[in-house]
Design a protein around this ligand. Structure first.
Ligand SMILES: [Zn+2]
Length: 312
């Protein structure tokens, strides 16, 4: 009997040792596993609980990128943006270094449309087969020989001096003009189609007056003006005088509410200067057709972005 009890005690001790060892092994494995987890590594880099939760919801390649870098709050903001493109991530960060106060949303937009490059660098001839959706900006140009088809004279009734436009843009303008008139608003075209030579002359004129350093802020280089498409127009009103801005007129307010319904967009909006590459121009409208204009209005994006995401 005594012997048996001894054996039992021995067995119990053995069992306890085995159990303890097992617990130690399991705990160790878990610690190793935890230390190898993204969660632990992110904590080590310096991210807080909330940020880690957000990061763990991201795609694997996004997580990998974050793990390969020092703590970077801006990178998280970027990755939450609707139009964030992983292939552009290094360019976003590069741009952010140059322009630290710009929002993640704008940095994504600026880079996606390649406006992170200096103006008139990385240029290419634009694809004119996109027709009413062709993109002309400081990186996409029209050749010297490009002349749009169906350019028609604008009747005096609708413009100051002489102007011409592509027929489809002109027809849409007349429809818009008539609708505005019903609201006692009169839209007048100040400038429409300008050919390569016109733009070359304008550019030279500004060059001679203001010099090499100022000219690019004031006039588009020949081939880079949207007016060469025949789809752009500068609009003015009776109310606009030398002392007032078009922005303050009833016509501008009406266009803000209604232009997209006729296929027109404000091409160089306020606050989007770094995306479009142009200073705010309350008077410059571009015909892009109903579908594009509605979408641009709905998403509150520039034409440059629209082209990148939906046309290219
Ligand atoms: Zn213009």
């Amino acid at each position: 009997m005594v012997k048996e009890r001894k054996l039992n005690v021995k067995n119990i001790v053995k069992l306890v040792i085995i159990v303890v060892l097992l617990i130690v092994v399991i705990v160790s494995i878990n610690i190793i596993r935890y230390k190898n987890s993204d969660k632990y590594k992110l904590k080590e880099i310096g991210y807080n609980k909330e940020q880690i939760e957000d990061i763990l919801k991201l795609d694997k390649e996004y997580r990998k990128k974050i793990l390969s870098m020092d703590y970077n709050e801006f990178l998280l903001d970027l990755m939450k943006e609707k139009y964030f493109l992983f292939e552009n991530v290094d360019r976003y960060l590069e741009y952010h270094k140059k322009d630290e106060n710009e929002t993640a949303k704008n940095v994504v937009a600026i880079t996606n449309v390649e406006s992170d490059y200096d103006h008139y660098t990385n240029t290419k001839e634009t694809d004119t087969s996109k027709d009413i959706l062709m993109l002309v900006n400081k990186y996409n140009y029209l050749s010297k020989d490009f002349v749009p088809q169906n350019i028609v004279e604008v009747k005096n009734w609708y413009c100051y001096g002489n102007a011409s436009l592509r027929e489809d843009a002109y027809d849409a303008f007349i429809e818009m003009f008539n609708a505005a008139k019903k609201d006692d608003v009169t839209l007048i075209i100040n400038s429409g189609y300008r050919d390569y030579q016109d733009q070359d002359d304008t550019y030279q004129e500004f060059y001679d007056i203001y010099g090499k350093n100022e000219v690019d802020k004031l006039a588009a280089k020949p081939g880079y003006s949207e007016h060469q498409t025949g789809l752009s127009m500068d609009i003015t009103s009776y109310d606009e005088t030398a002392d007032t801005d078009f922005e303050d007129t009833e016509e501008f307010k009406w266009l803000q509410q209604n232009a997209y319904k006729y296929g027109f967009i404000l091409r160089y909006p306020k606050g989007k200067e770094k995306i479009t590459g142009y200073a705010y121009e309350a008077w410059h409208y571009r015909y892009v057709g109903l579908e594009a204009a509605s979408k641009i209005n709905e998403l509150d994006i520039t034409f440059d972005e629209y082209y990148e995401y939906f046309v290219k």
